[in-house]
Design a protein around this ligand. Structure first.
Ligand SMILES: *[C@@H]1O[C@H](CO)[C@@H](O)[C@H](O)[C@H]1NC(C)=O
Ligand SMILES: *[C@@H]1O[C@H](CO)[C@@H](O)[C@H](O)[C@H]1NC(C)=O
Ligand SMILES: *[C@@H]1O[C@H](CO)[C@@H](O)[C@H](O)[C@H]1NC(C)=O
Ligand SMILES: *[C@@H]1O[C@H](CO)[C@@H](O)[C@H](O)[C@H]1NC(C)=O
Length: 202
C-alpha cells in the first residue's frame, strides 16, 4: 500500500516537472557595466523557454558561434520584459516564430546574422514596435512572405545582405511606413521571381 502511494507520488512529480517543459538558462555577467546574458547551451527543442526571471534588467541577450542552437527560446519576454538588444549570431537557426520574440516591445536591435533562415513569415516581428535595426544578413532567405515586416513602425535599417533571393542593406533616417511597405513588396517580388525561375528550370 505504502509502495503504491510512493509510486503514485513519483509519477505525479515526474509528470508535473515535465509539464513545465524544458528550459535553458543564460549565464550573466551582471557585475559588469554592460549587463549581458549569454546562452552557452545547445537548443534543439522548439518549445524551450528561458529560466525564470532573474529580476535584473540586462542590456543584451547573446547566443554566439554555436551550431548546436537550432531554435531561439520562446517567451523570452517573460524573463526579460525590457530587453533592448538580442543577438543570435552564427548558430543553426532555420526559422523564426512569433513566440520567439513575442512581447519584446522594448527591443531596439535584433541581430540574426550567420544562421540558416530560409523563410521570413508574415507577422513574426509584429510585437517589435521599438525595433530600429534588424539584421538577417548571411542567412539563406529565399521566401519573404507578404507582411513579413508588418508592425516594425520604428525600423530604420534592415540588413539582408548575402541571402539567396535578397542581397541588400537598407538604412535611412526615419523611414516612413509607406517606404517600408515598398521595400517589403520589392523583396517579396524579388523572391517570387527567383522561385519561379528556379522552378521553371527544373
Ligand atoms: C508562451 O507564451 C504563450 C502566451 O502567453 C503561451 O500560450 C505558451 O504556452 C507559452 N509557451 C511556453 C513553451 O511556455
Ligand atoms: C526583485 O526586485 C524587487 C524590486 O526591485 C525586490 O523588492 C525583490 O527583493 C527582488 N527579488 C529578488 C529575488 O531578488
Ligand atoms: C562560427 O562559429 C564557428 C565555431 O562554432 C567558428 O569556427 C566560425 O569561425 C564562426 N563563423 C563566423 C562567421 O563567425
Ligand atoms: C513617405 O516618404 C515618401 C518619400 O520620401 C514620401 O513621398 C511620402 O509622402 C511619405 N509618406 C508619408 C505617409 O509620410
Amino acid at each position: 500500500m505504502k509502495k503504491r502511494t510512493l509510486m503514485l507520488a513519483f509519477f505525479l512529480i515526474s509528470f508535473a516537472s515535465n509539464a513545465g517543459g524544458s528550459r535553458v538558462s543564460c549565464d550573466d555577467d551582471y557585475g559588469a557595466v554592460k549587463k549581458i546574458c549569454h546562452i552557452y547551451h545547445d537548443i534543439d527543442d522548439p518549445e524551450i523557454t528561458l529560466a525564470p526571471p532573474s529580476n535584473v534588467s540586462i542590456l543584451l541577450l547573446s547566443i554566439r558561434d554555436n551550431k548546436g542552437v537550432k531554435y531561439l527560446p520562446v517567451n523570452v519576454s517573460k524573463t526579460f520584459p525590457d530587453l533592448p538588444h538580442y543577438d543570435a549570431i552564427n548558430c543553426s537557426i532555420t526559422n523564426i516564430y512569433r513566440n520567439n520574440v513575442r512581447g519584446l516591445t522594448f527591443l531596439t536591435t535584433l541581430n540574426l546574422r550567420y544562421n540558416e533562415i530560409e523563410t521570413v513569415k508574415r507577422d513574426v516581428f509584429s510585437d517589435l514596435t521599438s525595433l530600429l535595426a534588424l539584421s538577417l544578413s548571411d542567412n539563406k532567405v529565399k521566401h519573404i512572405e507578404d507582411g513579413a515586416f508588418y508592425g516594425l513602425t520604428k525600423l530604420m535599417a534592415i540588413n539582408l545582405n548575402s541571402n539567396v533571393c535578397v542581397n541588400e542593406k537598407i538604412s535611412s533616417r526615419g523611414l516612413n511606413k509607406t517606404e517600408i511597405e515598398i521595400w517589403v513588396s520589392k523583396f517579396y517580388i524579388q523572391c517570387q521571381l527567383q522561385e519561379n525561375s528556379q522552378s521553371g528550370q527544373n
